[in-house]
Ligand binder design. Structure first.
Ligand code: ATP
Ligand code: MG
Length: 667
């Protein structure tokens, strides 16, 4: 049984809703002026100039927000700047010999420190290499790179010459890569020979070979980085291939310097395709000026990053989290970031904490799915290591209060602040989360809107609901913000349809008629905290009660035998829907014990009510998850209802739902 069952902290879950940030944290925080919220509200949108002023501009902007053509808002129009200059060159005077990245390879003894001067040299040389193969300003370069230094270097080299990058998460398949190459019409693709997964070399070029076969567009050139000093022995390049070795180009360009081009604030910096949990992936197009201002400011005020910190966002750069909060925000602030190539359990389950200790990491950033995994492994893997986080983050999904508390206690040692950051690929940066010195933490709630952000809940007929009513509704953002996507690449119509049309009067162009539709459900609590329930299709209706699957899952997760739980709605003749609960138990727990089952049922009845009693509790080895670790409840719902599984191509392990289906329905 779990060793910490019944300790005071756990019982505080019911007694104590709020956790104060430690005085020591508050004393040193970047954002300590409570007026910031009012200042941004009263002085919208001009207050966002404070964010833009964190950057160096080649040309000052004429207007903060041009809203003459909604929903195609423009930020800092007339301004000019370069993102790679802001992330690298401007730091050289003060900190050229400070590490920008500390990269840790798969093997415990393989590591590399990249100073800002190194980064400057390598980005310049890579920018010259891109130019050598014909990349010009505004060409979209598709990258398919894993967590190697080559990835941020390539992104920044693209930014330097004004070529928007479109990074496709390395774990994505050849088909996913081909779809994105086609959608972006890229002539140039950047990949590498391979990388390591659980210590094994993975031939990554193979996926690109296959993608080139599958893609409709003709790719002229593929730049191939090598993971080691030379091409891996398992990987070869034929003379008639479109592949060009980056090593050769860099040798030709040793000590090359490429002037950063001045980009208009509104010129695109990159495309990021949504992960595709719903529908066909959309190329979210992000602008240069507004985006960089917004991620720099939120890195400073929400993540509390200072140049002298060692910061570690243990996400993959292939997701928006990595773009905004590994590459652009932290580098723009001139801090030191840790990057790690392999998985958290290689070669042992204490690997993350071992790295945190080695570099004395101050700020740690991860996802609820990772926290649940650490929790499932048990606290003993953490206890061997000596590290002291000042600040911790979660992102990507709602975090169950139980997991929050575990994170707070075992990872944060009860003296680190936690910010639960709600945002999306589309929003560029955090929208709902607390400024950590200014608001108390509340487990399970993202918290208050960021300065200048105006969220609201609308009911199903599109009517605004009473603020802070304690009821669930559709989350929208009523005013534009600098980090927002510009459009869906090449498809303005889809941009409008997908994100704006529902609640907007299309005959009118008055800006107040346009609200951004997040597609998530949320509760605006009476205390003003927003609690995000997850995507709207994760909200179920049991006998007329609207319930977030998150609420049920939280109740189940409070049972100390449970590591992870997902709830799926099963159709029911009388009640409309009933909840089926899929549960993974903690290591060492015997799931066949009746007590485990009964405690789960009890927890739901006690926390939520008898009406929400799970119709079925299914103990499983693993839950179906996307590659970024999100639970795909849709698949569980299909299983519960005996429907076809449908598309499983974005799953980390497609065999998981099949096994669950066989378990539930027999082979
Ligand atoms: P797709 O849009 O392709 O279906 P996705 O929405 O999962 O995929 P992301 O943009 O990476 O891709 O994730 C944003 C979503 O993640 C949000 O809309 C929300 O559902 C969820 N989310 C992110 N952060 C939080 C959070 N702190 N609390 C609750 N939910 C969150
Ligand atoms: Mg989404």
């Amino acid at each position: 049984m779990s060793e910490d069952a019944g300790t005071p902290l756990e019982s505080r879950l019911t007694e104590q809703e709020y956790f104060r940030p430690p005085a020591e944290f508050v004393g040193q925080a970047n954002a300590t002026d409570p007026d910031i919220y009012d200042r941004f509200e009263e002085n919208y949108p001009e207050a966002f100039e404070e964010y833009a002023e964190l950057l160096e501009w080649d040309e000052h902007w004429d207007e903060v927000l041009d809203d003459s053509n909604p929903p195609f808002y423009e930020w800092f129009s007339g301004g000019q700047l370069n993102a790679s200059y802001n992330c690298i060159d401007r730091h050289l005077d003060e900190r050229k010999n400070q590490a920008a990245f500390i990269w840790e390879g798969t093997d415990k003894d393989e590591r590399e420190t990249i100073t800002y001067q190194d980064l400057y040299n390598r980005v310049n040389e890579t920018a010259a290499a891109l130019q050598d193969v014909g990349v010009e300003e505004d060409d979209v370069v598709t990258c398919h790179l894993p967590m190697l230094p080559a990835l941020p270097i390539t992104m920044l080299a693209c930014a330097r010459i004004g070529a928007p990058h479109s990074e496709v998460f390395a774990g994505f398949s050849a088909q996913a890569l081909a779809d994105r190459i086609d959608d972006a019409e890229s002539d140039v693709v950047v990949t590498c020979d391979g990388y390591y997964r659980r210590g094994e070399f993975l031939n990554h070029k193979e996926k690109c070979d296959e993608a080139l076969e599958l893609a409709d567009s003709d790719v002229d050139t593929v730049l191939l980085w090598s993971r080691h000093d030379e091409l891996h022995e398992d990987v070869s390049v034929d003379s008639d291939d479109p592949y060009v070795l980056v090593d050769d180009l860099l040798a030709d360009n040793e000590r090359a310097r490429v002037d950063p081009v001045s980009r208009d604030a509104e010129d695109p910096l990159f495309l990021m395709y949504t992960s595709g949990t719903t529908g066909k992936p959309k190329g979210c197009q992000h602008r240069t000026g507004g985006y960089l201002s917004y991620v720099t400011a939120t890195s400073k005020y929400v993540l509390d990053i200072k140049p002298e910190d060692t910061y570690w966002c243990a996400a993959d750069i292939g997701w928006i989290t990595g773009h905004s909060y590994i590459v652009y925000g932290p580098l723009s602030l001139g801090t030191t970031s840790v990057m790690y190539e392999d998985t958290p359990d290689h070669p042992h389950k204490g690997r993350i904490w071992e790295i945190a200790e080695r570099y004395d990491v101050d700020i740690f950033h991860t996802s609820p799915t990772a926290v649940r995994m650490f929790m499932k492994w048990g606290a003993e893997y953490v206890e061997d290591y000596d590290f002291d986080f000042r600040h911790m983050t979660t992102v990507g999904e709602p975090i169950q209060p139980e997991a929050w508390l575990w994170y707070y206690k075992h990872i944060g040692d009860e003296d680190a602040v936690i910010v639960d950051t709600w945002w999306q690929t589309e929003t560029g940066g955090h929208l709902i989360t607390n400024l950590p010195a200014l608001k108390d933490m509340k487990p399970g709630s993202a918290g208050f809107p960021c300065p200048g952000i105006q969220p609201a809940l609308y009911d199903d007929s599109g009517e605004p609901m009473e603020p802070a009513s304690g009821k669930a509704g559709n989350l929208v953002i009523e005013k534009p913000w600098p980090g927002m996507l510009q459009t869906v690449y090449g498809d303005d119509e889809r941009f409008i349809e997908e994100y704006w049309r529902d609640f907007s009067d299309t005959d009118s162009s008055a800006s107040e008629d346009w609200v951004y539709k997040a597609g998530d459900g949320a509760v605006h609590e009476r205390d003003g905290y927003f609690r995000v329930l997850g995507r709207l299709d994760d909200v179920m209706n049991v006998a007329g009660h609207r319930l977030g699957t998150m609420e049920l899952e939280s109740a189940v997760s409070e049972v100390e035998y449970v590591a992870e739980a997902a709830v799926a709605a099963r159709d029911h003749d009388e009640k409309g829907e009933v909840p089926d609960v899929y549960v993974v138990v903690r290591e060492g727990i015997d799931a066949s014990q009746e007590e485990v089952h009964d405690r789960i049922i009890e927890a739901v009845e006690d926390e939520i009510g008898k009406f929400a009693r799970p119709a079925r509790v299914v103990f499983v080895e693993d839950l179906p998850k996307t590659r970024s670790g999100k639970i795909m409840r849709r698949l569980l719902e299909n299983i519960s209802n005996g429907d076809e599984l449908g598309d499983t191509t974005t799953l980390r392990d497609p065999s998981v739902p099949e096994e669950i289906r066989d378990q539930v329905h027999g082979d």
